[in-house]
Design a protein around this ligand. Sequence first.
Ligand code: PMP
Length: 543
Amino acid sequence: MELTTKGRYAVMAMADLASHAASRASSAAALSIEAAAVEVAADSPSAVPLSQIAERQRLSLAYLEQLFVPLRRAGLVESARGRTGGYRLARTAAEISIADIMEAVEEDTQFTRCSGEDPRCSRDTPCITHGLWQQLSDVTSSFFQNVTLADVIAGTPFRAPATVAAKSVPSHRIYFDYNATSPLRSAARAAMIAAMDVAGNPSSVHAEGRAARAIIEAARAKVAALVGAKPSEVVFTSGATEANTWVMAQPWSTIFVAGVEHDSVLAATAASAAEVVPLSTGRDGVIRFDAMISRVASGLPLGRALLTVQTANNETGVLQPIADIAGLAREHGVLLHTDAVQAAGRVPIDFAHLGLDLLSLSAHKLGGPKGIGALIIRDHLDLAPLLRGGGQERRRRAGTENLVAIAGFGAAAEAARLELAAMPRIAALRDRLEALLRETTPDAIIIGAESPRLANTSSIVVPGRSAETLVIKLDLAGIAISAGAACSSGKVGASHVLEAMGLGPELAKGAVRISLGFGTTDNDLAAFAATWKTIVSHPALAA
Ligand code: PMP
């Protein structure tokens, strides 16, 4: 990649605009957030004519005029007419990253060629150096995301990208447990390292506080974009367990819930004072709603009722038909919550279009850090806070924000959204893996194989083979997978998910889960197939 003049000159012009508008303002350094906002919103004298920028930066005026069209369209600048006509920033300089500018003028910051026509490196069969250029692209893009116009004009020392290229999975290991947690994406690591140097509390009005706030708001927009929600609908939490607990802790009169839900949903539902109506699940993993329909039809008052349905299951990957379910919920006057932890970044999700009310997310399943997540709350839906005592998150969730983790979440959400188009590569790897498993172990049962599933997940039972032993043997051979029924304590019992699907204790105890992700390669697959063959043919594995 080589930056074109478009990107370079756009940044140059914006930096000129930022520094010149700031120096014209009465006392830029002393501006509070509100004052700065007024400065931007009013027809203030800080609009800068393009002719002045052209003169100072020795750029052609005609070229600048062209450049400012997309910058304005992207909401980075506003034009002002009249005697003081020209342009001014539409946000503060601390809220505009270099990545925002690059994106607005469509500057390419990718070093890879795989999205093009080059037959040597395509999305499905990337070339041998693809990983190298992808990492460089990630580092570049996170660098641009983490440098703001304010940094440029203040000459803030830039963070060295070299510190962000560490490898999250040791090269001698094969990591096939993305549904438990995914390795950290390099863009997320870079964003977190940069955020560590931001001293301010995001609630403070001074420059340090505003810099922290800008990181949070940029991350919020990226998380919102991943699931088709508005930034105002995103509330950061400590993870999906908190998000699910928060939803279930509302004063619902009735909760409709199936046994295949995650433990955090089931436990919080059981602890609620609501009438709990269990929904059944077919052997295909798909939830049935007859119990809800007959409960609504029973004529008993329903009150404020909630239907909670996972978008995708963490053990089997089975997808629920959320669009149809949203229609059903609406028809029956029930609010809908979905635990989209496993689906986000793996299938497209459109919160607004689907008409969802509540949606839970967790960063560490999509390449972000652990211990951060979000609850997406439809605008105007009234939810009592779970944590009180502070005005953060627009009074919806008290406590100083986890700035570093939020920065990582935002970067991971953006990378996951951009990589959604690459899911067919993972689906092809998973299909090949299942074909290989069927070849070596023809009696293997693939759970949920007939249902729509996540492209990355396989839940497999090999009759007569102990899941726990398979996991241990593979681990010793350098491959990380998990027992389908492994609970958070690491112990293997019967899977409540498979039991809820009616699969019986033998199958429910015997499943292993293989879950692939953005770092999985053809070589990983070949190595896994060879190891699997050796291990399953070993008689000592008989349960
Ligand atoms: N829901 C689902 C479907 C999950 O897979 C998980 C993580 N195992 C959670 C919720 C909990 O997420 P967190 O780790 O962020 O609390």
